[in-house]
Write a protein that binds this ligand. Structure first.
Ligand SMILES: Nc1nc2c(c(=O)[nH]1)N[C@H]1C(S)=C(S)[C@@H](COP(=O)(O)O)O[C@H]1N2
Ligand SMILES: [Mo]
Length: 156
């Protein structure tokens, strides 16, 4: 078993908080089987936007202040940035066969209707809910601090 990694969740309009996987799952209001939205991959998942609403409500956030983007960063410093509309059906996978993830621990993002499979970021340890329309509509991904996200972008 790996060390119990914590996941940092940030919303600059709200707060910064660190969670264990179990604490994240406890806040999730819409749990579902991953295969409901991602064919041929099974596991226990929750809806990202429903999670965000539940977190925001429980921390006294303003209902009208919707994010414009979601950004995630993984243990290996792989990052992805996508617009709020692109993550409409996004899921967080947190267990498979009732066990912590063997691939993608502590959690993995899945973006079923996303522009690229590359957005299915494994081993996410930081999630940002951002409010900045200037970040644009096009998703970007790649390794932090190596080359720019745009340069690394490979469409599938
Ligand atoms: N942490 C992390 N997540 C990642 C990547 C990575 O390099 N690091 N690669 C991405 C890319 S480019 C693709 S295509 C998919 C591949 O997913 P798979 O390993 O399940 O085939 O994972 C994505 N998630
Ligand atoms: Mo990829």
């Amino acid at each position: 078993m790996q060390a119990d990694l914590r996941i940092q969740v940030s919303d600059p309009h709200l707060t910064n908080e660190s969670f264990t996987v179990q604490e994240l799952v406890n806040l999730a209001e819409m749990k579902l089987a991953l295969e409901d939205r991602v064919p041929n991959v099974s596991g226990d998942a929750f809806d990202l936007k429903a999670w965000y609403r539940s977190w925001k409500n429980s921390r006294g956030g303003q209902a009208e202040s919707e994010p414009t983007h979601v950004k995630v960063e993984a243990v290996d410093e792989f990052q992805a940035l996508m617009s709020w509309s692109e993550v409409d059906s996004a899921l967080i996978l947190y267990a498979q066969d009732d066990e912590p993830l063997k691939k993608g621990y502590p959690i993995r993002l899945y973006v079923p209707d996303g522009s690229s499979e590359c957005l299915n970021v494994k081993s996410v340890v930081h999630i940002w809910f951002l409010h900045d329309a200037k970040l644009g509509q096009e998703a970007t991904f790649g390794f932090k601090n190596k080359v720019t996200l745009d340069e690394l972008k490979i469409k599938k």
